[in-house]
Design a protein around this ligand. Structure first.
Ligand code: ZN
Length: 94
């Protein structure tokens, strides 16, 4: 960490960071975990779409218990994927 009020990418081995201010601006709140642009881009599109769809639904109808649970499961799947692919290489290319 180079300065206070920053958050580092939650992927192991990735040291990219961002300011809390930037996160608040782009998400509207401060997320507990954050994945940097480069790591996020290496996640399969189908995984990313699930998170985006849940966020869209929540934005329109508000959060509920089911939605929160689905969001966490989708997020955990992405993190598991990134842990098993630290270089961001899709499994079918290894
Ligand atoms: Zn990262």
């Amino acid at each position: 960490m180079t300065e206070p009020n920053t958050q580092t990418c939650c992927v192991d081995g990735c040291h990219r960071w961002t300011r809390h201010e930037t996160l608040r601006k782009s998400f509207g709140y401060l997320p507990r975990e954050w994945i940097c642009r480069e790591c996020w881009a290496s996640v399969p599109k189908s995984y990313r779409r699930v998170v985006h769809r849940i966020d869209r639904t929540a934005k329109r109808y508000g959060w509920n218990k089911r939605l929160r649970m689905r969001r966490r499961l989708a997020w955990d799947r992405i993190k598991r994927y990134l842990d098993s692919n630290p270089l961001g290489i899709p499994p079918d290319l290894l």
